[in-house]
Design a protein around this ligand. Structure first.
Ligand code: GLN
Length: 381
């Protein structure tokens, strides 16, 4: 028999989704795979019903339905402080998962190097391998998730083609400061490197922290490929609507990759999601308030159980220290916890390149009653 591709030996199936399977096996409350309990706003669901009845049902324009792209460019221009044109600066993708893959395939030739901060969202490891690139990992300190600027400079000296920046960060909840982003931007300019961002949690930031867009920093628009999606902002992770925002020159190339990978995102859902993109400013304020409440509620339970954790500055994940529990490592701890405590988490080691095995990731995008039930169970730890 012929053998399957060798590059597939270099990564495993998603640990996040494996933990979801384990959660359902044990009937545990699933705080592993991060998606919200909440539904999309009602007017968006209504728009989807209408789109199903009236169409469109056939392919949209490959790089995104014009209505959708217009609404997206308008909304993002406002938030990012950029002058964006829907015909020049946007490609609509099947979730930010495709956006990231397209971004890497757009800029990397086989053998090119890509800087990734560790811990990192597990897709980036697989994405670099699939695009033929080689990761250079720059560690974030596992207590405060800060990086050493000198280590980052050393990584840049290896002449990487791109740096991947997940901000706010999944899994560690770090929100990069303006100062840190400027430092990264200066290195990217000095060493002539692209920055590929993953900003799916751009609207989930806890004051006093604020989200700053890399593409909005001086002279960075030309070398930044901003990837994001509607999944987390409008509670529609299953709609698979993501996008890339970049300069016209980059977008012209990215469109080709996207076209041959997926042709396009679901046409009726793009039509419906246009309504989401036109929601007023207070929608984002209210969503933020609701996540502040969830975070405070859940962290309160962690405090009550005397668990050590790093307080998230953004996104909806918290990394908790499990080293005091006599488990062999984070993986066995997570399996034990799902079975015996009834709460499922993701072993932190699946996000780290370094041998960090004392952290687990819990998400709190659940309804408040679910968070209370999980919080009570955690007291048994
Ligand atoms: N982004 C989510 C997480 O990190 C969901 C991952 C996924 O299943 N695509 O948990």
């Amino acid at each position: 028999m012929p053998t399957t591709a060798k590059r597939l030996c270099n990564f495993t199936e998603s640990v996040i989704r494996e933990m979801t399977r384990i959660a359902s096996q044990h009937g545990a409350i699933n705080l592993s795979q991060g998606f919200p309990d909440a539904d999309p706003p009602p007017q968006v669901i209504e728009a989807a019903v209408q789109a199903m009845q009236q169409g469109p049902h056939q392919y949209a324009v490959t790089w995104g339905a014009p209505n959708f792209r217009k609404a997206l460019a308008e909304k993002q221009a406002q938030w990012m402080g950029l002058d964006l044109h829907h015909d020049e600066h946007v490609v609509v993708t099947c979730g930010s998962t495709e956006a990231m893959m397209v971004a890497l395939m757009t800029v990397c030739d086989p053998g090119d190097k890509v800087i990734i901060f560790s811990p990192f969202y597990e897709n980036y490891g697989a994405d670099t391998i699939l695009s033929g690139a080689k990761p250079i990992f720059v560690p974030l300190d596992p207590t405060d998730f800060n990086f050493d600027p000198l280590v980052l400079r050393e990584a840049f000296k290896q002449k990487p083609k791109a740096l991947i920046l997940c901000n706010p960060s999944n899994p560690c909840g770090k929100v990069f400061t303006h100062e840190e982003l400027t430092l990264i931007a200066d290195l990217a300019k000095e060493f002539d490197t692209f920055v590929i961002t993953d900003e799916v949690y751009e609207h989930i930031v806890y004051p006093p922290h604020t989200h700053c867009y890399m593409a909005g920093l001086p002279e960075m628009f030309e070398r930044t490929i901003s990837c994001s999606s509607l999944s987390k902002t409008y509670n529609m992770t299953g709609w698979r609507l993501g996008y890339i925002i970049a300069s016209a020159k980059i977008i012209a190339q990215a469109r080709k990759v996207h076209d041959f990978l997926t042709v396009g995102a679901a046409a009726p859902l793009q039509e419906a999601a246009t309504v989401a993109l036109q929601l007023p400013q207070n929608y984002y304020k209210e969503m933020q308030q609701s996540y502040i409440r969830k975070r405070d509620l859940f962290l309160g339970y962690l405090d009550k159980a005397n668990l050590q954790y790093t307080s998230p500055q953004g996104a909806y994940y918290v990394m908790v220290d499990c080293s005091g529990f006599n488990a062999r490592d984070d993986v066995s701890f997570c399996h034990w916890m799902a079975k015996e405590i009834g709460v499922a988490a993701v072993p932190g080691s699946s996000f780290f390149h370094e041998p960090v095995k004392h952290l687990i990731r819990l998400h709190f995008a659940r309804d408040e009653d679910v968070l209370c039930a999980a919080g009570e169970k955690l007291q048994r730890l």
